[in-house]
Design a protein around this ligand. Sequence first.
Ligand code: ACO
Length: 423
Amino acid sequence: MEKQRNAILTMDDGRTVELPILSGTLGPDVVDIRNLSKLGVFTYDPAFFATASCTSKITFIDGDAGLLYYRGYPIEQLAEKSDFLEVSYLLLNGELPTAAQKAEFVAKVKDHTMVHEQLARFRRDAHPMAVMIGVVGALSAFYHDSLDINSPEDREISAIRLIAKVPTIAAMAHKYHTGMPFMYPKNKFGYVENFLYMMFATPADENDTPNPLLVRALERILILHADHEQNASTSTMRLAGSSGASPFACIASGIASLWGPAHGGANEAALKMLEEIGDVSRVPEYVQGVKDKKYKLMGFGHRVYKNMDPRANVMRETCYEVLKELNLENDKLFALAMELEKTALRDPYFIERKLYPNVDFYSGIVLRALGIPMNMFTVMFAVARTIGWISQWSEMIGDEDHKIGRPRQLYQGAVKRDFPAKR
Ligand code: ACO
């Protein structure tokens, strides 16, 4: 057995404590600071710059080397060789499925794509992300028959329901927003094909089969966004789930956290930014505004990747393919995006801060080329990330040692004072 390694912390009053050093299978060692409570002090790391919040076996990222693995498999290989449901099975179960396991998993997902007709209705002009948060959370009201989170069977059926129903709800959010009739799922289609069908087909269509190129492009987008270890929305979801809340409510909390422009909302924000710049000639002026800290370059930068986001490489390629196939190679916004990328990557401001385009810099362009409306971009991300969230939730609840998450704080408010006798 390997000898336990320790870090020794000495306080300014001379007291010391031994902190065990833990090693993962990959990645940096972590110092287990739980013994600090013996000294009556806490650690302070508000945005988790240097804190591992859990143990996980699902996704590995090496931000400096630009690596992303799902259950050990590099993202580039999965994007090229796998499909979204297979990746979903892998994330959820830890291994790639055999042919029989895959067929069973796909059939189970197909069995659960419909949603209850009584699911809440919203204002027609609501942002589809607002609808997603509400409706996915409301699933808890419909499936309370199987919400014993301590039962592996209940956890599995909840996972399947979420993977199956979230695309249906996403497509309904779009149809509702645009005043179009809902298109019920069709089991003759594959998962992504069915999603595009529900999004875009109408009852009047003679040919309602989605374009295979668009299916493949969206499949890639879903795979690339399926999981990303302990990011903001996953951590939100884990914290919500740590209290034993319903998995549907936990996923709704993940969707809420994803919505912000610093996270999943970046794809929508990046495209809005490109539209605002409008023309290649305005790129230098816009970049100057970023350097003057008037605004951020949306779709650039990442807390973990300080080299290149490996998903961005795959997405850039997909971007070329899709635009070529759709004869949009001279697309103005794409040309603008390329110029912006080139200018930023040459500029010391971005080089010094290790700011590179992230996956969402390109995904907005691809989604737009696929005909997905801008207000649905983050919803696409949520559809993909649902499998990551539910896999991480399942891992956490399945761990017998898991406890409610409860961060501490550094209090800097008023010291004790008495309520004034007279005011
Ligand atoms: N444009 C311009 N400057 C930036 C950007 C950017 N996009 N991102 C970071 N910086 C600058 C900061 O101003 C800061 O500069 P300073 O040292 O002079 O103060 C420095 O780079 C470090 O930035 P932080 O904000 O400390 O980095 P952090 O890790 O907290 O933020 C984040 C990461 C939120 C992703 C940030 O880069 C950002 O807001 N990017 C734009 C939004 C975006 O694309 N988000 C998507 C993330 S990927 C995803 O969720 C799929």
